[in-house]
Design a protein around this ligand. Structure first.
Ligand SMILES: [Cu+2]
Length: 313
């Protein structure tokens, strides 16, 4: 290398270093993140099968994502509710489920009319059934082979996991084993629910929709604003309607007091939703929507107008 070449090299290096010094600030590597990330809720997997739940005996509470895998051949859901303090799962089975069974069996045997049976449920079930059960939500009706999840808040306590769809022959899934005790221990530190892009508000008796449902994945907040006058609390089931399938047929099928109804299979494809929540609760569900025709349908209050049909282009 002669002196001229060396000088050119030096000039080039100097020019490059000047350019580097003039880089816009945006290209300077950012400072490392110092904020503590908010922990996502832990995922609790529950396998629903024909007929039972495979789930942990005990979990930590707080915000929890309940993921239900339907490994069965019939639709299942995962209703999750906390028993009153001092009521053990065994006592719950005797005093609530036992009473429900006796009232239902009298109805099935033709010893009581539908109206009398309805009345008997309100008079014979323990008062705490109506006032103290804390319905926390959970994945609603889900087609065999599908997985559905909800993120809900679980305070410590004793819970019941339940699915009461009927078999094609008319037997409650609960009678066949779809009831399971779950113990929830002290809250998980700091877990927060996901951010929602759509909110569905359930009141007496309407579904309020805030936000827009488009093709893709959504996190939907479902807020139960009021306690309905009926047997069940507010819930929402999501269905995809095929050719010729109607919301009217789903609403008729949801009538669990009709012996011929609420038997698997459902009259449309079920994609989860939010099981019953006590008033004041908000739960979150994540769903991926492809183009098609859909409906949100309340189990007990669909006949009172709690349905919402929508189309994804
Ligand atoms: Cu079931």
């Amino acid at each position: 290398m002669n002196r001229t070449q060396a000088k050119r090299r030096w000039l080039l290096a100097a020019a490059l270093s000047t350019l580097a010094a003039c880089r816009p600030a945006a290209e300077v590597p950012a400072e490392p993140e110092t904020e503590t990330p908010v922990p996502a809720p832990p995922v609790v997997e529950v396998i629903a099968y024909d007929f039972g739940f495979e789930s942990p005996d005990a979990i930590a509470g707080g915000w929890v994502t309940l993921r239900m895998v339907n490994a069965g051949a019939q639709e299942h859901f995962l209703s999750v509710y906390r028993l009153p303090d001092g009521v053990s799962w065994g006592r719950f089975m005797d005093e609530a489920i036992g009473v429900f069974g006796a009232v239902w069996n009298a109805y099935a045997a033709g010893e009581a009319s539908r109206a009398e049976t309805w009345e008997a449920l309100f008079t014979e079930l323990p008062e705490w059934w109506f006032s103290e059960l804390d319905f926390a939500g959970g994945p609603a009706l889900t087609e065999p082979g599908e997985t559905a999840e909800t993120t809900v808040y679980l305070p410590p306590g004793t819970y019941n996991l339940e699915c009461y769809v009927k078999t094609p022959e008319g037997t409650w899934h609960t009678e066949l084993g779809m009831m399971r005790e779950l113990t929830v221990t002290g809250p998980t530190a700091g877990a927060q629910p996901p951010a929602a892009d759509v909110t569905l508000t359930l009141s007496n008796y309407a579904i309020g929709v805030a936000g827009e449902l488009r093709a893709g994945t959504h996190t939907i907040a479902v807020h139960s604003a009021e306690t309905p006058e009926g047997f069940a609390r507010h819930d929402l089931n999501l269905f995809r309607l095929g050719e010729g399938e109607t919301v009217e047929a789903i609403v008729a099928w949801m009538d669990w007091m009709d012996f011929a109804q609420f038997r698997a299979p459902a009259p449309a494809y079920s994609l989860g939703g939010m099981e019953q929540q006590s008033a004041g609760r908000t739960g979150y569900l994540t769903v991926t929507l492809e183009p098609g025709h859909y409906a949100w349908v309340s189990e007990e209050y669909g006949a009172r107008g709690m349905v919402h049909e929508f189309t994804i282009e």
